[in-house]
Design a protein around this ligand. Structure first.
Ligand SMILES: [Zn+2]
Length: 453
């Protein structure tokens, strides 16, 4: 199977100690051949949920694929009734594709290319045409209105505009779409099932993540926080506005920044990893926490580390960031901002309300854990489950228990998979690619940090 090679670009290192930004163009060497699990390379052109291929640049309002033009065209399409001949036919261009969501789960399908027994199925987003969407909803007695559709983006080369619609209120759609081998699947399950070496699959995951974040935000912002009146979608669902004429407050999609940090003990060559009580057994990860109002990113890293583990942090170095639309549904728009944080004190004092445990782990132990983890196996197993669900073999909606699979039976501990920024912070450090000084880091080209499992 040919893998699409890609690169992880980490472009910015932030040195808090020197209060200036260092741009570090770090391009990781491509490796295209996966000879075995033991030498598997994890190559990403962006973190999971980043690199959305349909939301490139903002189009001018007069462009037919722009949100405002597409919305006008959408209204014409929806007004069109096959039995009414008085209206002119809607324009044939651009094409509209709609992605239905039910309770935060995108519609998906699954297919296997090839005829070998060991061919792994791959999932796809369940795009349906606008007429089909209208037809399916109409069969369930639900009207599709322009305000229920949210603009996701476009592909100029294909002349297509993409929309999302929340159909949570219509349970009769499930068997209707199921008969077409479509299934609403948890985004987390799709995340684990995604082949991270396949840039097209990663692009589909990013689209689904963006759509989920937007739709969940629409659900959470139905009323004006200022006067309590209903809000109405504007700009093809890209923002909202209070319907109260004397208020008219503009409301924009929210982003909730979270700092996530690998705390490093330079002297003893160890990293601090924590366990939350909700983690599956033996899983350890980086510390993380929400940024508070009036706080800088570095201050949040230091505060959270001290609060959760009692460790004082000095230097803070930026690594990369990742949109995270698979958190709790009340916080659908998290942005994980990843850092290396260098410890000034070493004695751990765990806040049991926040963490179950936190411990220093040697680089050797972390490397061992990475070496025996079976992320690829977990991906393949989950992809097979999604395939079964879409074919109606398995009715289960949540496969969260399968996250255990990624641990591998031999691993005394394991870390989140390559779909999570935590994995890349941990593996980058384990592979000795961490700048030990923010200023010096900018003056040298770091070696490749591709993870060899
Ligand atoms: Zn208002």
């Amino acid at each position: 199977m040919v893998k699409r090679a890609a690169m992880l670009s980490v472009s910015l290192f932030f040195s808090s100690s020197s209060s200036h930004l260092l741009f570090l163009s770090k391009t990781l060497t491509k490796r295209t051949c996966f000879s075995s699990l033991a030498t598997m390379s994890i190559n990403l052109n962006a973190h999971a949920f980043a690199g959305n291929p349909i939301r490139s640049k903002t189009l001018k309002a007069h462009d037919p694929l722009s949100p405002s033009s597409a919305f006008q065209s959408l209204k014409t399409h929806l007004l069109q009734n096959p039995e009414t001949t008085s209206l002119p036919p809607p324009p044939k261009s651009p094409l509209f594709k709609v992605l239905p969501f039910r309770k935060g789960r995108p519609l998906a399908s699954s297919s296997i290319t090839g005829n070998n027994d060991d061919d792994v199925p791959s999932w796809h987003l369940g795009w349906i045409s606008l007429p089909d969407c209208k037809y399916f909803l109409g069969k369930c007695g639900m009207d599709l209105t322009e305000d229920s559709l949210v603009y996701l983006g476009s592909k100029i080369e294909d002349d297509v505009v993409y929309w999302a619609v929340d159909v949570s209120g219509e349970s009769r759609l499930v068997p209707e779409l199921g008969s077409k081998q479509f299934c609403f699947v948890e985004l987390r399950t799709l995340m684990v099932a995604t082949d991270w070496s396949d840039s097209i699959a990663m692009g589909e995951l990013a689209i689904a993540g963006h759509a989920r974040a937007l739709l969940e935000w629409h659900n959470l912002s139905r009323f004006c926080g200022h006067c309590g009146e209903k809000t109405i979608p504007k700009e093809a669902g890209r923002r909202k506005q209070c319907s109260n004429e004397s208020c008219k407050k503009r409301i924009y999609p929210r982003v909730d920044p979270v700092v996530i940090m690998l705390v490093i003990d330079r002297e003893n060559d160890r990293a601090l990893l924590g366990r939350q009580s909700r983690f599956v057994p033996r899983m350890w990860s980086c510390l993380a926490g929400f940024i508070e109002p009036g706080e800088s990113l570095e201050e949040a890293v230091r505060r959270e580390t001290y609060e959760e583990a009692g460790i004082e942090v000095g230097e803070v170095v930026y690594h990369s960031s990742q949109p995270w639309p698979v958190g709790p549904s009340s916080i659908p728009c998290q942005l994980m901002v990843g850092f290396f944080a260098f410890a000034k004190s070493l004695e751990i004092n765990v806040d049991k309300e926040e963490l179950e445990d936190a411990q220093w782990h040697s680089r050797e132990d972390v490397r061992k854990a990475l070496a025996v983890a079976e992320y690829k196996k977990a991906q393949k197993t989950t992809a097979a489950k999604v395939d079964q669900m879409c074919k109606g073999v398995e009715k289960g909606q949540s496969l969260s228990a399968d996250f255990n699979v990624e641990s591998g039976e031999l691993a005394p501990m394991f870390f989140p998979g390559p779909f999570a920024i935590a994995h890349h912070l941990i593996s980058t450090w384990a592979n000795q690619d961490v700048p030990t000084d923010g200023v010096k880091a900018g003056s040298k080209q770091p070696s490749s940090s591709i993870l060899n499992l």
